[in-house]
Write a protein that binds this ligand. Structure first.
Ligand code: PGA
Length: 254
């Protein structure tokens, strides 16, 4: 059975190491009960090394960004190799909050390549600012995907994950998440582009996630009615109660 991917994106939180450790512990406890869900936690860089010391088989570690340079003199940057050496397996690339501060599709494509070369699985984020009346957002998605995944071959595609996150839903209450029927429709469109880029076999195997206002209240309908391979969860992943509820909701539907 293909497992559902549950990716927790903590963003720039929590501030204190103690709180990060508590949330990590609670997430691991919830993840231990999961049979059909793979749980990936993406803490801020500074928390990765201490948390990696207590990693077990219940969760996988991810990062929220990576340098586009594989090595060298780049002040303030974190390389893909440094992450791999800390047991990090996934990395979010091209999140809208990074695109907002200047990350272009071309930069995203370079980061994807650097991540793949270091054996990290990039979770490439795409999504529109708003939905046009005439399907303009589809053109935007197609351009983001084609350019952000430029130069990735079929071998690289085996380790890709794509996260569709409509910007207008991010950070909102679950009531404002995209409706499952629209999630399904958009994920099919994304799948079509992946098949065009990588061929039927590789394109069909790439997990497509949904992100934006996912919480325990809507996660089951997002995944099972929206028919996506998993979720990228922001603010709800900071609440241990929510994390427990979300994993339980995913598991009880299988
Ligand atoms: P949200 O964020 O769950 O807080 O809406 C999702 C994301 O930005 O990845």
């Amino acid at each position: 059975m293909k497992k559902t991917l549950f990716v927790a994106n903590w963003k720039m939180q929590p501030e204190r190491a103690k709180d990060a450790s508590l949330l990590w512990g609670a997430t691991k406890r919830a993840a231990k009960t999961a049979r059909s869900t793979s749980v990936v936690v993406c803490p801020p860089f500074v928390h990765i090394a201490p948390l990696a010391k207590s990693i077990d088989r219940s969760v996988l570690l991810g990062a929220q960004d990576v340098s586009l340079y594989p090595d060298g003199a780049h002040t303030g940057e974190i390389s893909a190799g440094m992450l791999t050496n800390l047991s990090v397996r996934f990395v979010i690339v091209g999140h809208s909050e990074r695109r907002h501060i200047g990350e272009t599709n071309e930069i995203v494509a370079r980061k994807v390549k650097v991540a793949l070369a270091a054996h990290l699985r990039p979770i490439v984020c795409v999504g529109e600012h708003e939905r046009g009346m005439h399907g303009e957002h589809l053109g935007h998605l197609q351009e983001q995907m084609t350019k952000s995944l430029a130069g990735i071959g079929k071998a690289g595609a085996q380790n890709l994950v794509v996260a569709y996150e409509p910007l207008w839903a991010i950070g909102k209450s679950f009531k404002y998440a995209m409706k499952p029927a629209e999630i399904h429709e958009t994920s099919l469109f994304i799948r079509k582009i992946l098949v065009k880029l990588f061929g039927r076999t590789a394109g069909t195997a790439i997990p497509v996630l949904y992100g934006g206002a996912v919480a325990s209240e809507n996660i089951a309908s997002v995944v099972y009615e929206g028919e996506v391979d998993g979720v990228l969860v922001g603010h709800a992943s900071l609440s241990s109660q929510q994390v427990t509820g979300m994993i339980r909701a995913l598991e009880s539907k299988k």
